[in-house]
Design a protein around this ligand. Structure first.
Ligand code: GLP
Length: 245
């Protein structure tokens, strides 16, 4: 493992996704040991799975922890196995022994999208804000489902998915057309308000995105670049994802 302390971003580079996940899990565990009622921000996708698996093996009580998921597809039937509600139940709530009522996930079938977004923002504020936000990164630089062009001032809202994101996520669905076209996501301003960000990426397919996020211009054309301005960021990578740094 090598660690490079930057002005704001700490890089933590590992031989494998499993080792990166273990190191990231230790950072989450350290927070929860200090504050058993910490508020986590949860990412879905494949990147954080090794973190969740490593955290589940630790002797740590997460029953009092609260959590807010980053995003959810719009329009999938309730209980659909690729809905983020189902993914978070299977990969996070159950293995980690979290309390379901304390884990919030945006409603993918809201009666009023605008009100639902505002209510989610209020719930985060009501919980005292997110202490530690776990993030993956899309190959096009999205975080949550904030696609290129999303305003840095954005809040939780409904968005249209980029075609590249739908193609990237087609592997989780029976057919490419089955990938929803819209989603609800925490905004970039929402994410930025978390007190600590923990970004995870693995594999050569993410190397370019990691290079742009960490060393490219900070621009709404590449949403993940915003993390360069956050005061407390740790980026956990395997060697392949770090290859272009
Ligand atoms: C998905 C999610 C993001 C996730 C990203 C990367 O579409 N909305 O929150 O970080 O894409 O996914 P993966 O980790 O599977 O590469």
């Amino acid at each position: 493992m090598s660690t490079v302390e930057g002005q704001t971003v700490t890089l933590s580079i590992h031989a494998s996704p499993g080792e990166a996940g273990e190191a990231a899990a230790e950072q989450v565990a350290d927070l929860v040991r200090r504050n058993s009622a910490a508020v986590l921000g949860l990412a879905t996708g494949s990147s954080p799975l090794p973190l969740y698996e490593a955290l589940a093996k630790k002797d740590i009580d997460l029953a009092s922890v609260a959590a807010f998921a980053l995003d959810e597809y719009i329009g999938l039937p309730a209980g659909h196995e690729q809905s983020y509600a189902a993914v978070i139940r299977t990969h996070v709530i159950e293995p980690l022994g979290m309390t379901p009522a304390r884990v919030h996930i945006p409603d993918g079938n809201p009666d009023d999208e605008e009100l639902a977004g505002e209510a989610y923002e209020e719930a985060i504020v009501g919980a005292g804000g997110v202490d530690l936000q776990i993030l993956g990164i899309g190959s096009n630089g999205h975080i949550g489902f904030n696609e290129p062009g999303a305003p840095f001032s954005s809040r939780t809202r409904a968005v249209t998915l980029a075609e590249r994101t739908r193609r990237d996520n087609a592997r989780f669905f029976d057919t490419p057309d089955a990938v929803p076209t819209r989603a609800v996501t925490q905004g970039l301003a929402t994410i930025f308000e978390a007190r600590q960000l923990l970004l995870i990426a693995h594999g050569a397919g993410k190397a370019q995105a990691i290079r742009r996020a960490l060393t490219g211009p900070v621009t709404e054309d590449f949403p993940a670049s915003l993390i360069q301005h956050h005061p407390n960021v740790t980026v956990f990578l395997d060697r392949d994802a770090a290859a272009l740094l």
